[in-house]
Write a protein that binds this ligand. Structure first.
Ligand SMILES: [Fe+2]
Length: 304
């Protein structure tokens, strides 16, 4: 599967995605500009608060997924520019609600293609407005650590899962081997801390090859606070990250999409950059808790 639209560097986000395209007015059709790239600076730690899409829009658009689909098919629009404007807000606009099931169905349709526009997938994730009634059955907590709960296996093309974070829970620093990770807040608040790859360490290095390497603390290159409905995207070309629930009073729930799915990733010691391999496991699958026996057989997951 070829991924297009993938950012090789840190991405400056669009501020108003509703302002570019109007489906009912061909005269106004303009491809949405790609986000402006800015170089990652190891010397500068980027701090930002990622506000949810609906808070960044001044206006709303009643386009539904079907309308977007029809628009693109009618014009034989290639997936590279398959970035329609979509904003579902039944309360304010009277439009149809974009439910979790709509998101999943649209993801299946997108991933059935040979090429997938990762930015469109991110846009779909942004377009879904968190509704606890739709995801609560997947939100299963463990009092000792965060949990990964599979929602949809994506026909082998992607994994969609709900992660549940207790107060103070956090992941290790990890990569996403040959995969894109799109993460959306469903409830609460999480901090995503981004790191540069350790010096001379690349995605393809064998962990045994670093024995002769000068180990040193990892360099933080960005920090984003994700609030409910906020979305972020990372892959190995964009760095490594750790996700943490900094609150000692509130839990948090997030929705993660990995494409393609992976069963192992690398985790890193922040103080030395030392890399080890960790297996990904599920606490529950399709809303059903994984049996204790099966859970005990699994190596604790350290990715997210
Ligand atoms: Fe991650």
């Amino acid at each position: 599967m070829e991924r297009v639209g993938q950012q090789q560097q840190c991405v400056k986000r669009r501020e108003d995605p509703t302002a570019v395209m109007d489906y009912d007015d061909d005269e106004r059709q303009q491809p949405m500009p790609w986000p402006t790239k800015r170089p990652c600076s190891r010397a500068t730690i980027q701090m930002q608060v990622q506000r949810p899409l609906h808070q960044r829009n001044n206006d709303c658009n009643n386009s539904t997924v079907d309308a977007i689909r029809g628009y693109c098919r009618k014009r034989n629009m290639p997936l590279d520019v398959y970035r329609p404007v979509m904003h579902q807000d039944s309360d304010r606009c009277g439009g149809s609600k974009f439910r979790l099931t709509d998101l999943i169905n649209e993801l299946h349709r997108v991933f059935a293609e040979d090429r997938v526009n990762v930015e469109y997938v991110q846009y779909l994730m942004e377009s879904y407005r968190s509704d606890p009634a739709e995801w609560l059955k997947y939100a299963k907590f463990n009092k000792f650590r965060y949990t990964r709960n599979l929602v949809d296996a994506g026909n082998g093309k992607f994994n969609l899962m709900v992660l549940c974070w207790g107060e103070g829970d956090g992941s290790s620093i990890h990569n996403h081997p040959e995969s894109d990770c799109i993460m959306k807040m469903l409830a609460g608040q999480l901090t995503e801390v981004r790191f540069a790859w350790p010096e001379t360490c690349t995605a393809n290095d064998d962990e045994n090859e670093e024995d002769d390497r000068q180990l040193q603390p990892m360099c933080e290159i960005g920090r984003t606070i994700l609030e409910t409905d906020g979305v972020c995207h990372i892959n190995d070309s964009m760095g490594l990250h750790r996700v943490e629930n900094a609150s000692h009073t509130d839990k948090a729930v997030s929705l993660h999409l990995y494409c393609p799915p992976f069963e192992e990733c690398s985790t890193f010691n922040q103080h030395t950059g030392h890399k080890t391999t960790a297996k990904s496991t599920f606490w529950s699958i399709y809303g059903e808790k994984v049996s204790k026996k099966r859970a005990e057989e699994q190596v604790p997951a350290d990715d997210n």
